[in-house]
Design a protein around this ligand. Structure first.
Ligand SMILES: [Zn+2]
Length: 156
């Protein structure tokens, strides 16, 4: 029989505290590494580095479809905000609702907000994962051994 500790790494109960979750989310909101808090994890607006340059955490945590959840969070958040804004404008301007403005403004807002929030939702997705699945020392060691993000030196 396999003991639970043998299947997953030991997690200290203090690792699952609310203060830890707030600290991790605070780092993510600043677009820093949720694990160590260092910056520089973005590789442009649409891409994260392969691993954190400071702690070595592999930012997709070794899963090829890791950020599908971030796309979903981005879509749902933008659509909820857009809906709330459109309803507020509709209620405030009734009965002369500016339907043309809402239609085209909604399209523009949805595109701009989805692109603007994209890096934040990716880092927040990673932060939620780090909160629920704390980073292990084995995972960090694998990240340090993985040289995909290291710029190769020029051969003589
Ligand atoms: Zn880090």
């Amino acid at each position: 029989m396999i003991q639970p500790a043998a299947r997953s790494p030991q997690v200290d109960s203090s690792e699952l505290s609310a203060a830890r979750a707030v600290r991790i989310l605070g780092r993510a909101i600043r677009l820093h590494c949720p694990h160590c808090g260092s910056g520089g994890i973005l590789d442009g607006w649409f891409k994260l580095q392969h691993r954190c340059p400071s702690c070595g955490l592999v930012l997709d945590r070794g899963e090829s479809d890791y950020f599908l959840g971030a796309y979903l969070v981005n879509l749902v958040a933008v659509e909820l905000i857009l809906t709330a804004i459109m309803v507020a404008i509709g209620v405030a301007t009734a009965p002369d609702v500016p339907w043309t403005f809402l239609t085209w403004g909604g399209v523009v807002f949805a595109l701009v907000a989805a692109i603007g929030c994209y890096p934040l939702t990716k880092v927040l997705w990673l932060a939620f994962d780090v909160i629920l699945r704390p980073v292990t020392s084995e995972e960090l060691a694998l990240g340090r051994e993985d040289t995909r993000a290291v710029v190769p030196t020029r051969e003589p």
